[in-house]
Write a protein that binds this ligand. Structure first.
Ligand code: ZN
Ligand code: ZN
Ligand code: ZN
Length: 272
């Protein structure tokens, strides 16, 4: 039987910080005067999507390097990145890659990055100066090692289960880390992936807006997924300005809420 929401699970082994919970434009959108973009609620200000997982004394890991990565790591005083997992190579998820230079300098070593083949093909094209070598050194280039994901793998002993998802026609990856799954940028979960997220306690799931979209779940579609996976807690992410924080939360089921930039929650990871 699954534990109820009141059960406190110990020990707490890892902490997730939602660095960015907005769609690709970010909220406020440039030049928009809608109520969400003008809102004074800090939860309505959404940077582009990245998250940070801190497994104390073992692993500090990003999922995606969002366009706003520099601002995000400064805000949260992040000074170490041991690895990066990429969900896919859309601009909002990869364009902060150049800022990994700062962590190279701090740590004195390349950063292992993990992605599927489709994402690596696109990242290598977008960042040819990183992978083909620059004309001149200038301000330096990020030092990363490219690891292709084929199935479950371990990063510094922490188990990571890639969860194949469909983002329109693009096959992308969600990630399960222990009792937590991160599934951004998707509008369909393939049959073979449901078992991979069976029993997760905390789910972060794409919910772009209420209007249908060809590559993202709507709120209603996300809630259907939540019903099937049945986690203790679900945080919706990658929202447009069509979903004001407080108003949207008021109509969601009790176990579901919108994520917001700076949201922190604890997870349990599986470590070897
Ligand atoms: Zn995105
Ligand atoms: Zn707006
Ligand atoms: Zn995308």
């Amino acid at each position: 039987m699954r534990p109820g929401p009141s059960v406190v699970r110990a020990p707490i082994e890892a902490r997730v910080t939602m660095l960015g919970t907005g769609t690709s434009h970010g909220i406020p959108m440039i030049g928009c005067n809608c109520a969400t973009c003008r809102s004074t609620d800090p939860r309505d200000r959404r940077l582009r999507p990245s998250i940070y997982i801190d497994v104390p004394d073992r692993l500090r890991m990003l999922i995606d390097t969002a366009t706003d990565l520099r601002q995000q790591v400064l805000r949260h005083e992040i000074t170490r990145v041991d690895a990066v997992l990429y969900t896919h190579a859309h601009a909002d998820h990869i364009l902060g890659l150049d800022d990994l230079r700062s962590f190279n300098a701090l740590q004195g070593s390349p950063i292992p990055c993990y992605a599927n083949r489709e994402a690596w093909d696109a990242i290598r094209r977008q960042f040819s100066y990183v992978f083909e070598g620059p004309l001149q050194t200038g301000g330096g280039v990020p030092q990363v090692t490219a690891n292709e994901i084929f199935g479950t793998f371990f990063v510094r002993g922490v188990k990571v289960v890639p969860v194949p998802l469909m983002h329109g026609k693009l096959p992308i990856l969600g990630f399960r880390v222990g009792n937590f799954a991160y599934q951004t940028d998707c509008n369909r979960i393939p049959d073979e992936s449901w078992d991979l997220v069976d029993g997760v306690d905390i789910l972060v799931l794409d919910a772009l807006r209420d209007e249908p979209h060809e590559t993202h779940f709507t709120v209603a579609e996300a809630l259907e997924v939540v019903q099937r996976i049945s986690p203790m807690r679900t945080y919706l992410t990658h929202m447009t300005h069509d979903l004001p924080h407080a108003k949207t939360n008021a109509r969601l089921p009790e176990s579901v809420e919108l994520a917001y930039d700076g949201l922190v929650f604890d997870i349990e990871v599986v470590a070897s």
